[in-house]
Design a protein around this ligand. Sequence first.
Ligand SMILES: NC(=O)c1ccc[n+]([C@@H]2O[C@H](COP(=O)([O-])OP(=O)(O)OC[C@H]3O[C@@H](n4cnc5c(N)ncnc54)[C@H](OP(=O)(O)O)[C@@H]3O)[C@@H](O)[C@H]2O)c1
Length: 316
Amino acid sequence: MKKVQINKFGSAHVAEMINAPIPVPKAGQLLVKLKACSVNPVDAQIRQGHYRDFTPLPFNLGFDGAGIVEAAADDVVNFRVGDSVYFVSSILNGEGTYAQYCIVDAELAALIPDTLDFNQAAALSLVGSAAWESLIDRGRLQAGETVLIHAGAGGVGHIAIQIAKAIGAKVIATAKQDNLECLKSLGADIALDYQDENFNRQLSMAAGTGVELVLDTVAGNTIADSAQVLAERGRIVSLADYCPAQNLLALWPKNAEIHLVFMTPSSKWLNNLNKLVDQGKMRVIIDKIFPFEKVVEAHEYLQHNGRVGKIILAIS
Ligand SMILES: NC(=O)c1ccc[n+]([C@@H]2O[C@H](COP(=O)([O-])OP(=O)(O)OC[C@H]3O[C@@H](n4cnc5c(N)ncnc54)[C@H](OP(=O)(O)O)[C@@H]3O)[C@@H](O)[C@H]2O)c1
C-alpha cells in the first residue's frame, strides 16, 4: 500500500509517498481501507518540526479519515467488514491516515451517517470532535448562553458555530469580510470582520454584558484579549497550539476559567455529531479536494488565507 511519510522536517516537499505493507489489526482494532482523510494544521506543524520531541522520524502523517472496514480483530463486536466508518486516531501516535490502509482502535470509530460521503465524513471527523469537546465537554456551553467563536470560517470554527446553534446558544463569530455571509448561513447571530479597524469596538458592543464562553483557535493574545468581552466567571477554551506569553491579569477579577485543550479522540464526539447530521443541523464545508498523490500541493494550499472549511485528500 501507499502512505505518506516524512523523513526530515521542512517544507511541503518533505512529504514523501512510500510503499509499505498493509498493517494487521490486533485485539480491539480495525483495518480500514481509507477513501479520504483531511489535511489539518497539525499535520503541517508536525512536518515543520514544531513538535519534534513528540514526533520521531520517520513519521506517518494524518490523524483522521473515513473508509471501509476491511478486517476486524476477533474481539471487535460493534463493527463488521464492509461498514463505512470515520474516526480520529490518537493524536501524535504516528499511525498515519495519509494512507491507503490504516489501523484504528474500534472504540474510536463511528459509522458514517447515510447523508455524508467519505470526503465529508473525513472533513468532519477531527475538527468536529475538537469543536464538540471544546464547546460542550470542556466549555459546558448551555442553551441561552452566548459564545464567541473566533475563526468561524476555519475547519473547527464552521462546525463549532453549528454545534452551538443546535444546542440553543447565541453565537458571535469572526472571520474575514468575504466570509461573513457564510458564517451567517451557518447560523451565527452576529458575524464580525476581524480585520476591520473598528473590530474591538464592534465586538464589545456585540458582547454586551459579556459572553459566557470564548472559543480560541487563533492563538496570539486571544486568551488575554478575551477579558474585554468575557462575563463574570466566563470560560475560555483554547485549542491553539502556539500561544505567546500573555498577561492574564485582567481575567483574574472576572474569575475566568481557562481550558487548554489537546483533543481526546473518541467515538462519543462522532456519535453526537452524527445526531446533528441526521437532524439536518450540521453541514460540512469542503474548500478543496486533492487526489492522494497531490499531498505536497494540498499542504502548500493549507497556507492560503481566506479558505472556508476543510481540505481533503481523496484516496483510491
Ligand atoms: N489542540 C487541539 O487538539 C486542536 C484540534 C484542532 C485544531 N487545533 C488548532 O486550531 C487551529 C485552527 O484549526 P482549523 O482546523 O480550524 O484551521 P483552519 O481550517 O486552517 O482555519 C483557521 C482559520 O483561522 C482564521 N483566522 C486566522 N487569524 C484569525 C483571527 N485573528 N481572527 C479570526 N480568524 C482568524 C483563518 O481565516 P483567514 O484564512 O481568513 O485568515 C481560518 O479561517 C489550528 O492551529 C489547529 O492546529 C488544535
